[in-house]
Write a protein that binds this ligand. Structure first.
Ligand code: BES
Ligand code: MN
Ligand code: ZN
Length: 496
């Protein structure tokens, strides 16, 4: 179970008990002895002995001095104060959370030399704590031994002069935490538990936050001519869904910004079946749709001043007697025909109809799709950057900037006519696979054929959404990548 941090902000702390966490910038004096009652300068002696200098993300973990009413002290190095980004504050919060261990009451003293704490920094630190605490263990029936079992609830008091502004900023941060952890949870869930219908029910839940949610069934998608999406779904016993989530917090009548997610709840590859090794990871092939639902959660929960649409293409890619074959030709909703070369290149087929539908129905200002689309993007960029493809330089630049701010980094990849022609087909308008070379790019070129003139970006998150390395703010297999990135993009572009 994830530890629940009950976080409050205050200018001082009444009850000095449990764990005290103090921040120490590099080059500054060891933190205020007054906060913790340390007449014997135990903390500075301990720092000296341990060689602790305030270097970023290092910690000094000691028993509290005798005169102090705290039990334990952790001094957290913050590095050079001038250089701290918003993401650094999240990481510091995550590091602080990882030091809580058996403590049930935690006081974090934020104000330190040169840190210039404001509401944003304090709220980011709190957000980092919540994100770090997320664990997915609901399917484990044997709980951990008492010694290393984290507390179910911990009360956290964050002490800073900026406590009023921090409390206000924290309500927004909680909306972000809710969105990221929702995305993580859906990606982590096993595929027998989370099919297209179950995923759509999670989308419907966003109505409680004031969003409007419509779920299209197979029949309705058939009437719309979404044969590219339906072709993928036809080999599965579980029917597909298209979820349409609207949050209208902007000017009434203003055209929305749109986010579209690949939601393949499990990708066997279909008839072009995948090898057995690591196929279980393909439960995460809905990481794009998870990021979109997480983002829509965040925007609704923090009442973002924007009109936004989230569209989730929810299908399962299975091989059965009715499954789509290599050689099949399908007519997409756009009217363009597609020759199926490889049934494992299914994500682009789902997105082709979802993008076209979005464009026709909403005429959005911009469209951004997220998809665990290709293994090729992992070969190119690993787990450190998601691939960014765009037909619009302004949008691409804004995304790159939001990526740097949030630590959800992007690397721009090329699009061009000569890549596009690789997916021309002998028998139809296009084929769904251009082969091994430039695999991430030809997949993006395929999507581009379904966005018309709309400013659009495609984020290939195959390397960043799942199977994620642990970071200061995540110990989860599913990172929740994309929620903070796109929330930041919305803030910068539409709410500033
Ligand atoms: N879902 C996969 C891509 C993927 C692979 C995501 C590994 C995360 C981890 C996608 O549907 C796929 O199978 N892509 C193929 C495309 C190829 C057949 C043209 C790929 O990348 O190999
Ligand atoms: Mn596939
Ligand atoms: Zn896939």
């Amino acid at each position: 179970m994830s530890t629940k941090f009950n976080i409050t902000f205050a200018s001082s702390v009444a009850e000095k008990a449990g764990l005290a966490i103090l921040l120490q910038p590099k080059g500054a004096a060891v933190p205020a002895a007054a906060q913790i009652a340390d007449p014997g300068s135990v903390v500075s002696r301990a720092a000296e002995i341990a060689g602790f200098s305030g270097k970023q993300m290092t910690v000094l973990d000691i028993l509290a001095p005798q005169q102090s009413s705290f039990d334990r002290l952790v001094v957290l190095g913050v590095g050079k104060p001038g250089k701290l980004s918003a993401y650094d504050w999240l990481r510091l919060g995550g590091k602080a959370a990882s030091m809580v261990k058996r403590a049930r009451a935690v006081t974090v003293f934020l104000d330190a030399e040169g840190l210039d704490i404001d509401g944003e920094k304090a709220a980011d630190l709190a957000l980092g704590m919540i994100l770090q605490a997320y664990v997915f263990d609901s399917f484990k029936t044997k709980k951990k031994d008492d010694e290393d079992k984290p507390a179910e609830e911990v009360s956290v008091t964050i002490v800073t002069e900026a406590h009023k502004k921090a409390a206000a900023a924290f309500s927004t941060a909680q909306a972000v935490a809710g969105g990221v952890n929702l995305a993580r949870e859906l990606v982590n869930l096993p595929p027998n538990v989370l099919g297209p219908v179950e995923f759509a029910a999670h989308a419907k839940d966003l109505e409680a936050l004031g969003a409007t949610v419509e779920i299209l069934t197979e029949t309705e998608m058939g009437e719309l001519g979404m044969n590219a999406l339906l072709g993928v779904a036809q080999g599965s016993a579980r029917p597909p869904r298209l979820a349409v989530i609207e949050w209208n917090g902007g000017k009434s009548g203003e055209t929305p910004v749109a986010f579209i997610g690949k939601g393949v709840v499990f990708d066997t590859g279909g008839i072009s079946i995948k090898p057995a090794a690591s196929m279980e990871d393909m439960k995460g092939d809905m990481g794009g749709a998870a990021a979109v639902i997480g983002l829509m959660h965040t925007l609704s929960a923090r009442k973002a001043r924007v009109n936004a649409v989230g569209i989730l293409g929810l299908v399962e890619n299975m091989p059965d007697g009715n499954a789509q074959r290599p050689g099949d030709i399908v007519t997409s909703m756009s009217g363009q025909t597609i020759e199926i070369i490889n049934t494992d290149a299914e994500g682009r087929l789902v997105l082709a109809d979802a993008l076209w539908y979005c464009k026709e129905r909403f005429k959005p200002q911009i469209m951004i799709n997220l998809a665990t689309l290709t293994g090729a993007i992992m070969v190119a960029l690993g787990t450190q950057h998601a691939g960014l493809f765009s037909n619009d330089d302004d949008l691409a630049d804004d995304l790159l900037k939001a990526g740097k701010e949030t630590g959800e980094r992007l690397w721009r990849m090329p699009l061009s006519k000569d890549y596009d022609k690789i997916i021309d087909s002998r028998f139809a308008d296009m084929k769904n696979s251009g082969g091994r070379n430039a695999g991430a790019i030809t997949a993006a070129q395929f999507l581009k054929r379904f966005v018309g003139e709309t400013p659009w970006a495609h984020l290939d998150v195959a390397g960043t959404a799942m199977n994620s390395p642990a970071t200061e703010i995540s110990q989860s297999w599913a990172s929740g990548y994309g929620v903070r990135l796109l929330d930041q993009l919305v803030r910068n572009r539409y709410e500033a």
